[in-house]
Design a protein around this ligand. Sequence first.
Ligand SMILES: Nc1ncnc2c1ncn2[C@@H]1O[C@H](COP(=O)(O)OP(=O)(O)O)[C@@H](O)[C@H]1O
Ligand SMILES: [Mg+2]
Length: 291
Amino acid sequence: MIEFRNVYASYNPQIPILKNVSFTVNDGDFVAFVGTNGAGKSTTMRLMNGLLKPDQGEVLIDGTPTTELKTSEMARRVGYLFQNPDHQICCNTVREELMFGFKALGIHTAEAEERVDKIIAEFGFNPSDDPFLLNRGTRQLLALASIIVMELPVIILDEPTTGLDFRECIKVMEIVKRLHEQGTTVVMVCHDMEVVADYAKRVIAMTHGRLVADGETFEVLRDAVTLATADLIPPQATALSMGLVDAHPSLAATDLASANTIEALEEAFVSYVNALPGNAYEASSEQGQGE
Ligand SMILES: Nc1ncnc2c1ncn2[C@@H]1O[C@H](COP(=O)(O)OP(=O)(O)O)[C@@H](O)[C@H]1O
Ligand SMILES: [Mg+2]
């Protein structure tokens, strides 16, 4: 469990960045932090990982303030994917990179070697490749793999899909989804609202160093006032559903009013049309059968 209690934080005491931030991430949560550039999302992630300490208030990991936890104790509990993989990758080969976290904790076991071999096969890496010669998407996958391989209870991912193409993005997010299903607590910063809508269970919106919303994903993504406050645009399916209900309030009573994915919209639309009295679709198919 990660708790922020009235946290104020800054890089320079004259310039406050986080202002009275409080929230709790429970074990097994999948939380997405959203908000415009400069809102304080990465700063919040650094505090969770103990890289930054609060000026006031407390950040607690499983009840212990980060100010009292040693770096190695933090590293055993929380994995952290930097916003830029090049801030993380430091070894000469892919295999060394994947072993790095274990070595840093003084773990030199056969089990560690086995896990590294397994993840190399799973991701399709070449263990002898030089990480810096890989393309951006593969470097991002390597940075993520080097965290996953540690099998830590919590992973913090700062913009894990930035710089990835659509296929790579899905690959990364499906891996994260599987980890979450296996019990890992996932905290992610993400600017892609479609990804947030598809994967996160809970959304925390930030603006100017403060939280402006914290709730179930679609409670937050359908809250027009909050989204406007945080300068955010809802995912397309949600926007379309809200637009339809705005234009035709009678649709509020149908599943179209709560559809947040393209699949849900399609399903709701088909059942809506089928339920219309003497609807064109049924009429034409009956006609077709009659002929
Ligand atoms: N290392 C740093 N030194 C000084 N100021 C920083 C540093 N990192 C971020 N900031 C400032 O803190 C504010 C919040 O930044 P950040 O947490 O990175 O926002 P976000 O991740 O939401 O885009 C911004 O005004 C940014 O300029
Ligand atoms: Mg950031």
